[in-house]
Design a protein around this ligand. Structure first.
Ligand code: LLP
Length: 427
């Protein structure tokens, strides 16, 4: 459920006409609905009521401070994967005791930053990372709280680029080798074993892969218990899918019920790392039509709608061939035409939609790219020296700019001309 609807032919976000915001802030921009974000967080989190649990929002899905602050205010934690995300989470007011740190490549500086911040858990992904963490914690005279991310070798049945829990993926430690790591960690002075974690992929539309991996993790936890190693946290990762087109993912309540049933009799606190399901359908990307054109070939004609948003603003269609519904902000009459909706970037791969039925549109019309809240702005770049777009949050009949549009001056900020350029000599 979300709060983006047509009212009398005008597309609205909650009580605000999208066109009015576009007039005020310019295009393109990401537009988030606060009611949708809160609703999604509460629906997800409350579905796990009845068991000890902690919902750690996967910051990578949408890392704007205002969004992180909103979830923190609702009792959420954060799942981070870099020092930059840790900085964001802390700046947004997330309690460090609700922050968990995932990722295969944590640097020494990042480990130190995590320890200094007093985060809840490090999800360690290799033997070398464990050794490095021990060393850093020892120099600081602290104990590092650790969970190992095990790789349960379960097929999430999703896009190959976002499958993470198969043996052939780079993530985690094979469950068969993880046992020895726990034994090793137990002997380390500056390591405190806290949990077992896994994450098998993203945009899952079935419950069974989650349950299959939870079973493997439970068996593993039982094996650790037999060896005298107690576990406080079981982290199941994120990955619950959403509807972009005709997918029918389970409702968070069904997902939670299945997990709770499987966890019956387990004492550990459950940690979840949802990203997409909390934010995906809580935002749109608003863009303006710049040009329409027909390119005629020998035996076919192709219609293009050139808009002011591009693959640098929303990478998912180009990168994964992902589908995002696109609708006119003012409902249009007329028979739909098959068009490609493309951006201004100099690459054939720059498109938001291909062979899409769209009512006839013209220069100046606004389009809304739906379900753009997850991995939308957070994956945007400056390619083609395009400033990153504005982000706006609607709350009822108000809106707030939560990130102003980047300027061209900011684009070159930090770049330095070599000394020789000043003297005008080549060398
Ligand atoms: N935890 C870990 C360790 C992860 O790697 C991820 C996502 C999540 C949680 C959150 O997963 P979610 O609930 O959002 O599915 N850019 C891709 C998705 C990449 C997902 C990476 N890991 C996309 O746009 O589809």
């Amino acid at each position: 459920m979300n709060h983006f609807v047509y009212k009398n032919g005008e597309f609205f976000c909650e009580e605000m006409a999208v066109a009015d915001i576009a007039r005020a802030v310019g295009t393109p921009f990401y537009l988030y609905s606060r009611a949708t974000l809160s609703h999604h967080f509460q629906t997800f989190d409350s579905a796990f009521n009845g068991i000890d649990h902690l919902t750690c929002f996967a910051v990578k899905a949408c890392s704007n401070l205002s969004i992180l602050h909103l979830f923190a205010g609702l009792g959420g934690g954060a799942d981070i994967v870099s020092g930059g995300e840790l900085y964001r989470a802390i700046t947004a007011g997330v309690n460090p005791q609700r922050i968990i740190y995932s990722g295969v490549g944590k640097t020494e500086a990042e480990l130190r930053f995590g320890l200094e911040s007093g985060i809840l858990l490090f999800n360690v992904e290799s033997a070398q990372e464990l050794e490095r963490l021990q060393r850093v914690a020892a120099t600081m005279g602290v104990r590092a709280p650790v969970s190992f991310r095990v790789n349960p070798d379960v097929d999430p049945q999703t896009h190959a680029y976002i499958s993470t829990g198969l043996a052939k993926n780079k993530f985690g430690v094979p469950i068969a080798e993880a046992f020895d790591l726990y034994i090793q960690a137990r002997g380390m002075e500056n390591i405190a074993i806290k949990g077992v974690s896994c994450h098998i992929g993203s945009q899952l539309t079935l419950i069974s892969p989650f349950i299959e991996s939870l079973r493997k993790v439970k068996d593993f936890v039982a094996r650790l218990a037999d060896a005298g190693i107690g576990i406080e946290y079981i982290d199941l990762g994120g990955g619950l899918g959403i509807t972009y087109d005709d997918e029918q993912p389970p409702h968070p309540r069904e997902y939670a019920e299945a997990i709770k049933a499987e966890l019956e009799g387990t004492r550990a606190t459950l940690i979840l790392e949802p990203g997409r399901v909390l934010v995906g359908n809580a935002a749109i990307l608003v863009t303006e039509v710049q040009y329409t054109k027909n390119n005629r070939g020998v035996d076919q004609e192709k219609k293009f709608v050139v808009v002011d948003a591009a693959m640098n603003d929303l990478a998912r269609p180009s990168l994964y061939g992902a589908f995002h519904a696109i609708v006119p902000v003012r409902e249009q009459g007329g028979a739909p035409e098959m068009v490609d909706i493309v951006g201004p970037i100099c690459e054939t791969g720059d498109f938001l939609a291909k062979d899409r039925a769209l009512p006839p549109v013209q220069q100046g019309d606004l389009l809304a790219v739906l379900s753009a809240g997850a991995y939308g702005f957070s994956m945007s770049s400056n390619y083609n020296s395009r400033p990153r777009v504005a982000e706006v949050l609607v709350d009822g009949s108000h809106y707030t700019l939560i990130r102003r549009r980047e300027t061209v001056e900011e684009l070159v900020n930090g770049e330095l001309l070599p000394k020789f350029a000043e003297s005008g000599h080549g060398h």
